[in-house]
Design a protein around this ligand. Structure first.
Ligand code: ATP
Length: 244
């Protein structure tokens, strides 16, 4: 693969998506700032210049989308492994795509797929990791957000070291995911699952309800216990989960 660093770009994932046909597997694009950083379902990932990480990687898979369930959770585990290597062990995972520290969002993962359901396909995986946010960003986020500088008393690790650890974990982790799927990440996910045992609000376009987090299944779908005792499986891209 290759590794490319841009000063300013619309979105690192958009850049990879435009070049899927010509890029090698495990190509990485990083940027100092993004003018149109994305979250799920058209939401914005605030991406000011300064000291944050905006990074995307292209990974091809032969087995199609059908083989990729749990990928965004596995990427969350890869991020936690990279942070742990740097001595940062406080963050945990909020299904399906957030890294939180003390209820505030530290990093986000965005997986976008193209290709076939059961043939060759490509995943563009975007990661935003806050290292040092401008103060003005907090009110714009609409939810609690945090950065490594706040978690580490103002003194986060060098950004190049953070980038290197994340890139190394992604390159290794995505190959492990290709071979073994979510199974290679399930134990680490469970050990860092911030929703297990918590009272949750499940925001499903077909109707909202309250439930208790019961971990994830072997495909990475969320298991929740509803008030009537029944366990439901939540795995739609349209669903959001909040702590109640
Ligand atoms: P869901 O649970 O449905 O995924 P979400 O709020 O986690 O909801 P995402 O699409 O994962 O949504 O991420 C986008 C959201 O993240 C934005 O709407 C904003 O609230 C928040 N956000 C935007 N920029 C940042 C940032 N730099 N750091 C942390 N959080 C951010």
């Amino acid at each position: 693969g290759m590794l490319e660093v841009h000063w300013d770009i619309d979105s690192t994932s958009s850049e990879l998506a435009r070049r899927i046909p010509v890029l090698d597997d495990l190509s990485f694009v990083l940027a100092e700032a993004q003018s149109a950083g994305r979250g799920r379902r058209g939401r914005t990932w605030l991406s000011p210049p300064g000291m944050n990480l905006y990074l995307s990687v292209l990974k091809r898979f032969d087995g199609g989308f059908a083989s990729l369930s749990g990928l965004s959770l596995a990427v969350g585990v890869m991020l936690l492994r990279a942070l742990a290597e740097l001595g940062i062990r406080t963050p945990g995972l909020k299904w399906p795509n957030d890294v939180l520290a003390g209820n505030a969002k530290l990093a986000g993962v965005l997986v976008e797929l193209s290709g076939e359901y059961s043939g060759p396909c490509a995943a563009v995986i975007g990661v935003g990791l806050n290292i040092r946010l401008p103060d003005t960003l907090h009110e714009r986020a609409g939810q609690p957000i945090t950065d490594l500088a706040s978690l580490m008393g103002g003194d986060p690790p060098n950004r190049n070291r953070i980038a290197a650890a994340v890139i190394t974990e992604l390159a290794e982790g995505l190959v492990a995911f290709e071979r073994h799927g979510f199974a290679a990440f399930a134990d680490d996910y469970a050990a860092n699952d911030l929703l297990r045992g918590e009272s949750l609000r499940i925001i499903d376009p077909r109707g909202e309800y309250d439930a208790t987090g019961e971990g994830v299944d072997e495909r990475g779908a969320l298991r929740v216990r509803r008030a009537n005792g029944e366990v439901s499986i939540v795995d739609s891209a349209e669903v959001s989960v909040r702590k109640a």
